[in-house]
Design a protein around this ligand. Structure first.
Ligand SMILES: [Fe+2]
Length: 274
């Protein structure tokens, strides 16, 4: 569905045929009526990632927005703000040695119950650069050949956070989550099948030999990054991105060093992939 949808002054404008829509006519700094929440739920089910402009949300607004779509999750990799443990700061500047989410990933797929979605609000963005790219895992699954789909059916994959967070957070005695999920999952809302492996967390398909697993994952990681499965978002100050983590992957592009890119994220809890 690619036409623009207008309902109660809310405009949902698709950005590509497969993924992404920009939404206007909504003020996220105010509590949202149920009807608006339903419209946004429908938009995210269809477009997988939705974007808003000019929404200078406070931490309270941000939490309220997240809670309208489900219970909030505490990040299992990095600490939240002291007063708002459900809010994680996302920040890069001239002192940054790395940025979060530089490789393609689905947020915290290492968790036994990976998040349903994430809401990122950036208040400060570089004048040029700092886009986020999102890829549709429905599109990735749909594009596979029938023999490949048949082969993936019934396979699982290991998603490990150790190699992702240990180098960033250091040796603090903490253990990081590691979980096994189906390679192809069924979206609990749309009932559509999507690929659920990503280059950041996924390490191994245990039913295959190491060589087979490396080859198949290498292919799937490359396949998931095809440009025609993607939408790329150009940030503006106080823009918000809200993505469905179950059927998308994303990559934060760090092409703006030493400029500042800064904001906050909340994460909405999800359930066990099936
Ligand atoms: Fe991310």
């Amino acid at each position: 569905m690619s036409e623009t949808l207008t309902r109660n002054e809310i405009i949902v404008r698709p950005m590509t045929v497969r993924i992404g829509a920009e939404i206007s006519g909504v003020d996220l700094t105010k509590p949202l009526p149920d009807e608006t929440i339903a419209t946004l739920q429908e938009a995210i089910a269809r477009h997988q990632v939705i974007f808003f402009r000019d929404q200078p949300v406070s931490h309270e607004d941000h939490l309220r927005l997240g809670r309208a779509f489900g219970e909030l999750a505490i990040h299992t990799g990095v600490s939240g703000l002291a007063d708002y443990p459900e809010i994680v700061a996302i920040h890069a500047d001239e002192n940054s040695k790395f940025v979060a989410g530089e490789n393609w990933h689905s947020d915290l797929s290492c968790n036994a119950e990976p998040p349903m979605g994430s809401i990122l609000a950036l208040h400060t963005v570089p004048e040029v650069g700092g886009d986020t790219a999102f890829s549709s895992m429905y599109a990735a699954y749909d594009a596979l050949s029938a023999p490949m789909k048949a082969m993936l059916e019934g396979l699982t994959a290991i998603h490990d956070a150790e190699h992702v967070y240990r180098p960033i957070v250091g040796n603090n005695g903490k253990t990081y989550p590691c979980s096994e999920h189906p390679v192809v999952r069924t979206h609990p809302v749309t009932k559509r099948k999507c690929l659920f492996v990503n280059a950041s967390y996924t390490t191994r398909i245990p039913q295959l030999s190491a060589l087979e697993s490396d080859a198949l994952l290498g292919f799937l990681f490359r396949h998931c990054m095809a440009a025609d499965f993607q939408v790329r978002f150009r940030w503006t100050p106080h823009a918000i991105a809200f993505w469905d983590n179950r059927c998308t992957q994303h990559q934060a592009i760090w092409d703006y060093f030493p400029q500042v890119r800064s904001g906050f994220r909340v994460t909405i809890a999800g359930d066990k992939p099936f």
